[in-house]
Design a protein around this ligand. Structure first.
Ligand code: NAD
Length: 501
C-alpha cells in the first residue's frame, strides 16, 4: 500500500504549493511505494528565509551544546524504537536487501546520530599560549557557521542524512536537507524523530524536488553559509562553481574508483571473499566500492577462478527476504548506465569472467537486477578501469611488481578509498602509505567507524565527514586575543601614538 509524505518547511509539514508530487517505486519490483512533494524554487526560498531567521534569532545556536546533544540522542532513541519500520522503508525505497538496511544502514544511522549528540556536549573552546606575543594569551573558539545546506545522494539515504544534519545541528547551525529525489523517505523519518525529540522550529527543514532546480538554489544563495554535498564528482564541480561567488564553505564527498590491492603474500581465500564484499555490497552502489582489483600477474588466473567460484554463491532475491545477499540497482536509468559500461568493457576487449547480464524471467525480471559481474584482462586505459560505474561490476587488473601496483592504484582522478591484503602488517602499511586515498583498509573492506574521519583525496572531494572533524567542518574558527600587560605593547607597531599628557 502506498502512502504520501509531506516535507517540513517554515514551521509546518507541507505539500508542494503547486500540488506536484514525485512518485516513488520499489526498485525490486516496480510497485508504487508512495509519493513526496515536488517543491520548486519559491518554496526553497521560503525555507532559506526561515532557516536564516532561525539561526539569526535562535534559540538553537545559543543553546548549550549538551542541550542540543540531548535532543539528537533522544531522536536516535526514537529512530531505534522504529528501527524495523524504517529499515523496511529504506528497503522499499532504495532497493537494499532488508538484512543490509537493518544491520548496516539503520543500525549505523542510529549510533552515528547518538555519536553526534555526544560530540555536541564537548566544549571545543581552547585556551592557547602565544609565546611570540609576550604579555598576552589567546583563546580559540569554534562557532556555528550559520544556515547550512545538506544535499544527499540516493545510495545511503538515511546514513547520509545523519552525516549532514547530525554534525551541523550538533555544532549549532540551522540546516536545510535535500535528499535525492529517488530516496527521500527515511530522511523525512529522521526529521520527524528530531522534532519529536524537541528540536526548535526551523532548526532543520527538509525539501524534496529536482536537484537541478532546488539544490542549485541552495548551493548558490547568499543567505546559505555552507553547503555539504555528497554525490557525483560531476555535480560536485557544479556545486563548487555555484558556491564560489559567495565564497560559501563547502564539504564535498564525491565519486570513487577504489583500488583493492592483493599483495603476493596475502591469504588469497580471505582476500577473495573480502574483495567480493568490497564490490558487491549494495550491488556496487557505494562510493568506496572496491571496483578495481589489482592482483599479482603470477596469481591472476587462480584469483579470478576463485572469485568466479565464490561469486556464484551470492544470492540475488527479493529485497524483503533475509536470505537475499544482493538486491537490484536503484532505478531503470542506473541499470541502463551500468549495462552500457558492461558493453564498453566488452567492446574494449576485457573478458567477462561471470555475469554481465540481468535476470530476464521470473520475479526478479520485474526489478532492476543485474548479476554480479567480473571482468578479467582489464587494461588501465579502459573505461571500466577509469570511470565510476556505481554497479556490481569488478575490474581485475594484473600487476608485475608492488611498485607497479601502487602506480596503477594511483592512476585515477579519484582518491576516496582502497584496501591492501597482505600477510605482513609491515608490507601492508608501506603500501597503504603510498596510496593516495582518504581511507585504506588493511585485510578488510567497507568498515567505518564514526570516530574516524572519512573523505576523499583528489577529485573524490574536499573535507571530511565523521570523527571530530565532522563537527569542525560545520564551525568557523575565531581567535580571541587577551592583553595581560595593561598597556599597549609597542611591538612591531607601524603607528606609535605620543604619550598622553
Ligand atoms: P548526483 O550527483 O546525481 O546527485 C546528488 C544530489 O545532488 C541529489 O540530491 C541531487 O538531486 C542533487 N543535485 C543534482 N544536480 C544538482 C545541481 N545542479 N545542484 C544542486 N544539487 C544537485 O549523485 P547520485 O547519483 O545521487 O549519487 C551517486 C554518486 O554519489 C556517486 O558518484 C557516488 O560515488 C557518490 N557518493 C559519494 C559518497 C562519499 O562519501 N564520497 C557517498 C555516497 C555517494
Amino acid at each position: 500500500m502506498s502512502a504520501s509524505w509531506k516535507v517540513y518547511v517554515d514551521g509546518e509539514w507541507r505539500e508542494a504549493t503547486s500540488g506536484a508530487k514525485t512518485l516513488l517505486h520499489d526498485p525490486s519490483n516496480g510497485e508504487l511505494v508512495g509519493d513526496v512533494p515536488k517543491l520548486g524554487k519559491e518554496e526553497t526560498l521560503r525555507a532559506i528565509d526561515a532557516g536564516r531567521e532561525a539561526f539569526d534569532k535562535g534559540p538553537w545556536p545559543e543553546m548549550k551544546g549538551a542541550e542540543r546533544g540531548a535532543i539528537l540522542k533522544k531522536a536516535a532513541e526514537i529512530m531505534s524504537t522504529r528501527g524495523e519500520a524504517i529499515a523496511l522503508l529504506e528497503t522499499q525505497n532504495a532497493g537494499k536487501p532488508i538484512r543490509q538496511s537493518t544491520y548496516f544502514d539503520i543500525a549505523l544511522a542510529v549510533s552515528h546520530l547518538g555519536f553526534f549528540g555526544e560530540l555536541a556536549a564537548h566544549n571545543p573552546t581552547k585556551k592557547i599560549q602565544q609565546p611570540d606575543l609576550e604579555g598576552s594569551h589567546g583563546m580559540v573558539l569554534r562557532e556555528p557557521i550559520g544556515l547550512c545546506a545538506g544535499i544527499c545522494p540516493w545510495n545511503l539515504p538515511l546514513l547520509m542524512a545523519v552525516w549532514k544534519a547530525g554534525p551541523a545541528l550538533a555544532a549549532g547551525n540551522t540546516v536545510i536537507l535535500k535528499p535525492a529525489s529517488l530516496t527521500p523517505l527515511t530522511a523525512i523519518e529522521m526529521t520527524k524523530a528530531l522534532y519529536e525529540a524537541g528540536l526548535p522550529k526551523n532548526a532543520l527543514q527538509i525539501i524534496t524536488g529536482p536537484g537541478g532546480e532546488i539544490g542549485s538554489v541552495l548551493a548558490s544563495h547568499a543567505k546559505v553559509d555552507k553547503v555539504s554535498f555528497t554525490g557525483s564528482t560531476e555535480v560536485g564541480r557544479d556545486i563548487m562553481t555555484m558556491a564560489a561567488p559567495t565564497i560559501k564553505r563547502t564539504t564535498l564527498e564525491l565519486g570513487g574508483k577504489s583500488a583493492n590491492v592483493i599483495l603476493p603474500d596475502a591469504d588469497i581465500d580471505r582476500a577473495v571473499d573480502g574483495s567480493l564484499f568490497g564490490i558487491f555490497l549494495h550491488a556496487g552502489q557505494l562510493c568506496e566500492s572496491g571496483s578495481r582489483l589489482l592482483v599479482p600477474k603470477q596469481r591472476e588466473e587462480e584469483i579470478v577462478r576463485k572469485l568466479v567460484e565464490r561469486a556464484k554463491s551470492i544470492r540475488l532475491g527479493p529485497t524483503q527476504s533475509y536470505e537475499t545477499d544482493m538486491g537490484p540497482l536503484v532505478s531503470h536509468g542506473q541499470l541502463e548506465r551500468v549495462l552500457s559500461y558492461i558493453e564498453s568493457g566488452k567492446s574494449q576487449g576485457a573478458h567477462v569472467a561471470i555475469g554481465g547480464d540481468r535476470p530476464t524471467s521470473g520475479d526478479l525480471s520485474k526489478g532492476y537486477y543485474l548479476h554480479p559481474t567480473i571482468f578479467s584482462g582489464v587494461r588501465p586505459d579502459m573505461k571500466i578501469a577509469q570511470e565510476e560505474i556505481f554497479g556490481p561490476v569488478l575490474s581485475v587488473l594484473p600487476y608485475d611488481t608492488v611498485d607497479d601496483a601502487i602506480e596503477l592504484a594511483n592512476n585515477t582522478i579519484f582518491g576516496l578509498a582502497g584496501a591492501v591484503w597482505s600477510g605482513s602488517t609491515r608490507k601492508a602499511m608501506s603500501v597503504a602509505r603510498r596510496l593516495k586515498a582518504g581511507t585504506i583498509w588493511i585485510n578488510d573492506y567497507h568498515m567505518l567507524s564514526c570516530y574516524a574521519p572519512r573523505g576523499g583525496y583528489k577529485q573524490s572531494g574536499i573535507g571530511r565527514e565523521l570523527g571530530m572533524q565532522a563537527l569542525e567542518e560545520f564551525t568557523e574558527t575565531k581567535h580571541l586575543y587577551f592583553d595581560e600587560t595593561g598597556t599597549l605593547t609597542p611591538v612591531a607597531r607601524g603607528l606609535v601614538l605620543p604619550p598622553r599628557e
